[in-house]
Design a protein. Structure first.
Length: 329
C-alpha cells in the first residue's frame, strides 16, 4: 500500500484501539500487507511509491472494478473474507476474459474510521485466497478514511505471447459457448433479499463466485473469436459482444439445466429461474464464440449461435424478462 499523499494523519483513538483509526494508517497497512501474497510476477512489493511487476509479454492487460457497501455488498450478508473473494474475482475474471493469465492486483480501500481492524484483515485474507487461486500477488494500493466502505481493485495480466481475445471478433456461423456457473449468484441474492439464508449452494455462490479462470487462456489457445466475463447478466453482456462484432447472438434456453436447489428456491419465491440464468450477474462465468469446426472440451459447452443481424435473442425470439444489471438504474 502506498502512502496517501496529502491526507491528514490520525494519531489514533485511545478509546477504540480495535478500530482502523485506533490502529493508524501505517499500522493498518502493516497488518493488511502482512496477510497478502506478492506472487511470482512481483519484483518489488509494498513499501515504495509504486510496485514493480514483471511483464514477460511486454504487454500488460489491465482492468479495474469497485465494490461499494450498500450497492455491491452488505456486511450483514457477507463476511469480510467473502467481500475480499468477490472483489478479487470481479477483476481476475476480466483478465481471464481477455485470454490472459492474471499476475497482480492493486487494492485501494476507503474505510470508515470506526471499522474494526479485524474486518480489514478478513478482507485481506479473502483477497489473498482468491488471488492465490491463479498465482497472482497483491502488490500495492492505497488507503483512505471514508464514510462509505469501498474496495477498488485493479488487476494486471499477461497474454503469454497471444493476441487478446476481444468482444469484437465474433462472426456469423460461430458457436456461442459458456464456461462456469450461471444464475447461481443472482438466485442467492434474491434469497438473501427475501430474508432467507438457504439454500446454502445459492447463498454461497453470491458470497464467493467460482470463476473458471483457466478457461480464459484455454479458450484463446482453442481459437476463440470473442470473449466476455458475465458479470452483469448473460444477455446484457452478450449484447456487448453483438454490438462490438456487428452480429446477432441467439441463446438456446434448453442449453441450461436448472439445478434442483435453484428450481426449489424459484418455486418458493415465485420466480422464473431463467430470469436468474439469463439475466443474473456476479457468477463471472466466461462466454465466448468459436469457429464451428472447433471441438470444445469441458469446461466449455455450446449454448447458442452467432448469425448475421443484430441484437440478442433467446430461441430466436426477443427476451421479455430482465436482461442484466445496470448500475445507474
Amino acid at each position: 500500500m502506498s502512502e496517501h499523499s496529502g491526507a491528514e494523519r490520525s494519531n489514533g483513538d485511545a478509546g477504540n484501539d480495535r478500530s482502523v483509526v485506533g490502529s493508524g494508517e501505517f499500522g493498518l497497512i502493516d497488518r493488511v500487507t502482512a496477510r497478502l501474497p506478492y506472487g511470482s510476477a512481483c519484483l518489488l512489493g509494498p513499501g515504495d511509491d509504486a510496485a514493480l511487476v514483471a511483464a514477460p509479454d511486454r504487454r500488460v492487460v489491465a482492468s479495474t472494478d469497485v465494490l461499494v457497501e450498500g450497492r455491491h455488498f452488505r456486511r450483514d450478508w457477507s463476511s469480510a473474507v467473502d467481500v475480499g473473494h468477490r472483489a478479487a474475482a470481479a477483476n481476475l475474471a476480466d483478465i481471464a476474459a481477455m485470454g490472459a493469465t492474471p499476475t497482480a492486483l492493486l487494492v485501494a480501500l476507503c474505510l470508515p474510521p470506526g471499522l474494526d481492524v479485524a474486518w480489514a484483515e478478513g478482507l485481506a485474507d479473502g483477497l489473498a485466497a482468491e488471488a492465490g487461486r491463479v498465482g497472482a500477488g497483491v502488490v500495492g494500493g492505497d488507503m483512505s478514511a471514508s464514510p462509505t466502505l469501498t474496495v477498488a481493485v485493479t488487476a494486471l495480466g499477461d497474454l503469454g505471447g497471444r493476441p487478446p481475445v476481444l468482444r469484437s471478433g465474433a462472426r456469423p456461423g460461430d458457436v456461442l459457448a459458456l464456461a462456469g456457473r450461471i444464475g447461481y449468484a443472482a438466485a442467492g441474492y434474491t434469497v438473501l433479499s427475501r430474508g432467507f439464508r438457504t439454500p446454502k449452494l445459492l447463498v454461497e455462490a453470491y458470497r464467493r463466485p467460482e470463476v473458471p479462470y483457466p478457461a480464459g487462456p484455454y479458450a484463446a489457445r482453442l481459437g476463440a473469436t470473442a470473449m466476455i466475463d458475465v458479470s452483469d447478466g448473460l444477455l446484457a453482456d452478450l449484447g456487448h459482444v453483438a454490438r462490438a462484432s456487428g452480429v446477432a447472438v441467439d441463446v438456446r434456453r434448453d442449453a441450461f439445466e436448472v439445478p434442483r436447489q435453484m428450481a426449489d428456491a424459484a418455486q418458493a419465491l415465485g420466480v422464473d429461474p431463467y430470469t436468474w440464468i439469463l439475466g443474473g450477474g456476479d457468477d463471472h462465468a466466461l462466454a465466448a464464440t468459436f469457429p464451428p469446426a472447433v471441438v470444445l472440451p469441458p469446461p466449455w459447452r455450446v449454448v447458442g449461435r452467432v448469425a448475421e443481424g443484430s441484437g440478442v435473442t433467446v430461441d430466436g425470439e426477443p427476451w421479455d424478462g430482465p436482461a442484466g444489471w445496470d448500475h445507474f438504474r
